[in-house]
Design a protein around this ligand. Structure first.
Ligand SMILES: O=C(O)c1cccc(C(=O)CC[C@H]2O[C@@H](n3cnc4c(=O)[nH]cnc43)[C@H](O)[C@@H]2O)c1
Length: 219
């Protein structure tokens, strides 16, 4: 490792995302990029396994994501100001109840350090990228209808995007007292399922550029 550099752990769900991040960081020795598999449970378990073996200064959940309509367009980037588990709770007669509302006292939100969020977003924007800051929700089931998308936004006001690993990575990072970020490139809009409309190549290109900037800003 280059001495004096921050040690960064980047977690991605699938190998295509990992390869895009690796292209972006271009061999930086202070950054490890690890596969989690899809979903918050795998993400939490793999992040905790890595953090148990090696010291890091920053943990990042990175990949592609669904953007909420009028909040984040396809090909843009989203940077989380908070990472929210959007479906951990119970359904009541008047709608969804989070763990906090149920009185279990465990928060379903992990805040991100705003100084890091603003720093990264400013450099990404200066590089000509479209960047949106806001809550990124983590779900175990990809939203597949406009009704559920509307419910998600009501549940988490200002949500910019939806993905499946951020909260798991964030909980593990928090267990080790480490700051966490979530950075994603938008491949599709959240709503009725239409896999043919996913623009994965475009999103992976944006993810690669975001990773290059992230490596330069935080190394
Ligand atoms: O089929 C491919 O070539 C391919 C390449 C890279 C990634 C994928 C994925 O399917 C990644 C799954 C990953 O993406 C996140 N994601 C993306 N859109 C959404 C969404 O609308 N709602 C929730 N999650 C989304 C998620 O984190 C998955 O783990 C395929």
């Amino acid at each position: 490792m280059d001495s004096g550099r921050r040690r960064i752990l980047i977690m991605t769900a699938v190998s295509e995302e990992r390869e895009a991040v690796l292209r972006g960081i271009n061999g930086k020795q202070n950054i490890d990029v690890i596969l989690t598999g899809v979903g918050p449970v795998k993400a939490a378990a793999s992040t905790a396994r890595i953090l148990a073996k090696k010291d890091y200064d920053l943990v990042v959940s990175a990949g592609i994501a669904g953007g909420f309509k009028e909040m984040a367009e396809i090909g843009s980037l989203v940077v989380a100001n908070k990472i929210v588990s959007a479906d951990l709770g119970a359904e009541g007669p008047e709608g969804f109840l989070s763990l906090d509302q149920l009185g279990f006292g465990a928060s379903t939100t992990v805040p991100c350090e705003m100084e890091q969020v603003d720093q990264l977003s400013q450099v990404l924007t200066a590089a000509g990228l479209s960047v949106h800051i806001g809550p990124i929700v983590t779900v175990s089931t990809v939203t597949g209808s406009d009704l559920t998308a509307k419910e998600m936004v009501e549940r988490v006001p200002g949500a910019v995007a939806e993905a499946m690993e951020g909260y798991g990575v964030a909980v593990a990072a928090k267990e080790y007292g480490l700051p966490v970020m979530e950075v994603r490139a938008i491949s599709n809009l959240v709503g009725p399922r239409d896999r043919s409309a996913w623009r994965i190549k475009e999103a992976l290109t944006a993810l690669e550029v975001a990773s290059q900037v992230l490596a330069e800003v935080f190394s």
